[in-house]
Design a protein around this ligand. Structure first.
Ligand code: DHB
Ligand code: FE
Length: 278
């Protein structure tokens, strides 16, 4: 029986990839953000997971508005990164874990989540930036299973649906006949809005509420509709759906090991949260 050992959630702003490429980690603008990662890396080094389940949203690289699955799961043996238009460097192909991918796909479809299964999948900054932040020396020392949630083209899945989807993924991992230790990495958010009248909108109170709920009682977030999330967190702040689904994968009670919140990074309220099983 495989085990989910924890959830790491982080923002995935493309400018972070640019800052890494330019080695700006000690620059005054970037330092408070980059300084939040060493404690998380120390935890990873101590816990030694075998695989990463990445819960994120694609930004038009792999799926575009013409065809956009609500939930898509990669089942490839490797994933190629490509720039969807921000001009940030790509990374080496990332190894997949097809056996775990298929265990998750079978499990969630058995649980009535009709996902799109992808035997080829390009990965964008929402996967590559978090990998670079968490494993700066190697980018991707562990095989990944990429799981993309539509946070782009409305209608989006609700917080409640995303939490249940994550729980179904968690059950599938628990049924996988393997002694692997799996870490969930969720990416995106927190509050941000990139365009329109409220461009630059950030809501620290709502972000704090979300971080507390994710740690203590994620079901609290199921009271919100997608419309509420847009209102409270901004049009792109709906990426919190990835964190909610990831929290469902961890399931049960969690202990918050580490949190950092720093505004702004580019247009985004950046946050890092590490939860482990209580
Ligand atoms: C920004 C944030 C994102 O989540 C994203 O996908 C693209 C850009 C930003 O703040 O610049
Ligand atoms: Fe994004």
């Amino acid at each position: 029986m495989a085990e989910v050992i924890g959830q790491i959630s982080t923002s995935h702003v493309p400018a972070i990839g640019g800052a890494i490429a330019k080695r700006l980690q000690q620059d005054p603008y970037w330092k408070p953000f980059f300084d939040s990662f060493p404690p998380v890396r120390t935890w990873l080094a101590a816990k030694r997971p075998d695989a990463v389940v990445m819960v994120y949203n694609d930004h038009g690289l792999n799926f575009f508005l013409d065809k956009l699955p609500t939930f898509a799961i990669g089942a490839a043996s490797s994933y190629v990164s490509s720039d969807e238009g921000w001009g940030i460097p790509t990374i080496e192909p990332v190894q997949g874990q097809p056996e775990l991918s298929w265990a998750i796909i079978e499990g969630v479809i058995g649980d009535e989540f009709d996902v799109t299964m992808c035997q080829e999948m390009l990965i964008d900054h929402a996967v590559t930036v978090p990998l670079q932040l968490l494993w700066p020396a190697q980018h991707a020392p562990l095989p990944i299973v990429p799981i993309a949630i539509n946070t782009v083209q409305h209608p989006l899945p609700s917080p409640s649906r995303c939490l249940k989807f994550g729980q179904a993924i968690g059950r599938a991992i628990a049924r996988w006949k393997s002694d692997a230790r799996v870490v969930v990495v969720s990416t995106g958010g927190l509050s941000h809005q990139l365009d329109g009248e409220r461009a630059g909108f950030i809501n620290p109170e709502f972000d704090a509420l979300c971080l507390d709920a994710l740690a203590q009682d994620p079901a609290r977030l199921t009271q919100y509709s997608v419309h509420d999330l847009v209102e409270q967190a901004g049009t792109q702040g709906v990426e919190i759906l990835n964190w909610i689904a990831g929290r469902g994968v961890l399931a049960g009670h969690a202990k918050e090991v580490f949190r950092n919140y720093h505004i702004p990074i580019s247009n985004t309220a950046s946050a890092v949260q590490l939860l482990e099983r209580a």
